[in-house]
Every structure is written in structure tokens, then in C-alpha cells.
Design a protein around this ligand. Structure first.
Ligand code: THU
Length: 162
């Protein structure tokens, strides 16, 4: 037997003002796109904005449904749009923000498990990392260089012969 240690490095900034101009702009866009979310059931409005390698900007927000499992997270709305509109183009950076009607929106949130799986698949499809910028409407900001680092020991298409 031997034990394996998994670790990765990410950056923590005290506020959006410490980011580069482009990163700050992307996070600000993600903050604003929370306004487009349809989240009457959770009152948790998420916005995601992707900057593609071809310079395109694609935004999305969570879209809930009275049949709860039908709802889509903001991240997967963006991934589906990118894959449909610009197939094979890498996503360089995705900024993710939120605002809530019930809890403070002053710290970063991290993508849910299903979105981590989807982000990883997109990285694999285009063979390029997706850099994540995570932040609330205020407060600290996390930058994670590669989304799939959030999903160690993951199941991938390789297991299916892809
Ligand atoms: N949600 C997202 O859109 N992205 C995340 O990273 C976490 C959760 C949505 C799903 C649901 O509509 C609401 O937030 C509460 O879970």
C-alpha cells in the first residue's frame, strides 16, 4: 500500500479590485448576468460568463423548473451555448457569481458536482484548461487555473474508449 496526496494551488484575492482589468470585467459581467437567472424556487441567482479563445464572450444563468431536477445550473447553460455556437473553441476563462434572496452574497461559490463533471468534459473535448474566477457580489475572489482540478479521480470518456 502507498498513500497518494492530491493537492492543487489556487489564488485568493481580497476583492475584485486586485484583479487584472480583464478578469475584473468578466467577474463584473457574471455579477450582472445573475439578473437574468430564473430561480423562483431557490432564490439563488447564478451568473456565468465565458471568454473564449476566439475572443467571444458567452453568458448564462441558472434556469429552474417547477419539476426541480429539470433545472440547469448557469455553468452548464454556458457550456451548452459555447459547444453549440463555437464547437472546438477553448474556453480560456469562466467567471461565476451569484446573488441570493436569502443568504449573503459576499463570498465565492464553487461549481456543483454535475457542473464539475461537465467542465471537465469540455476541457477534454478541446484539450485546454478552463480557468475559473469565483466571486460573490462582493468579497474575496478565487482563481482556479484548471476546472478539472476540482474533480480528482474523475470518470472520463477515456473509460469508454473515447
Ligand atoms: N446553481 C448554479 O447555477 N451553479 C452552481 O454552481 C451552484 C448552483 C444553481 C442551481 C439552482 O438553480 C440554484 O443554484 C440553487 O442550487
Amino acid at each position: 500500500m502507498h498513500a497518494v496526496n492530491y493537492q492543487f494551488t489556487y489564488e485568493i484575492y481580497d476583492s475584485i479590485s486586485e484583479l487584472t482589468e480583464e478578469d475584473a470585467w468578466l467577474l463584473e459581467e457574471a455579477r450582472q448576468v445573475t439578473e437574468q437567472a430564473y430561480a423562483p424556487y431557490s432564490n439563488f441567482y447564478v451568473g456565468a460568463v465565458a471568454k473564449l479563445a476566439n475572443g467571444e464572450i458567452i453568458a448564462g444563468s441558472n434556469q429552474e423548473n417547477a419539476s426541480f431536477p429539470v433545472g440547469l445550473c448557469a455553468e452548464r447553460v454556458v457550456l451548452a451555448s459555447v459547444a453549440s455556437l463555437f464547437p472546438k473553441i477553448p474556453i480560456e476563462t469562466m467567471a461565476i457569481s451569484y446573488q441570493s434572496g436569502t443568504v449573503e452574497s459576499n463570498h465565492p461559490i464553487s461549481p456543483c458536482g454535475i457542473c464539475r463533471q461537465s467542465l471537465q468534459e469540455y476541457e477534454g473535448r478541446v484539450r485546454a484548461p478552463i480557468r475559473l474566477i469565483l466571486g460573490g457580489q462582493s468579497g474575496k475572489v478565487y482563481i482556479i487555473p484548471k476546472a478539472s482540478w476540482l474533480l480528482p479521480l474523475s470518470f472520463t470518456g477515456e473509460e469508454l474508449g473515447i
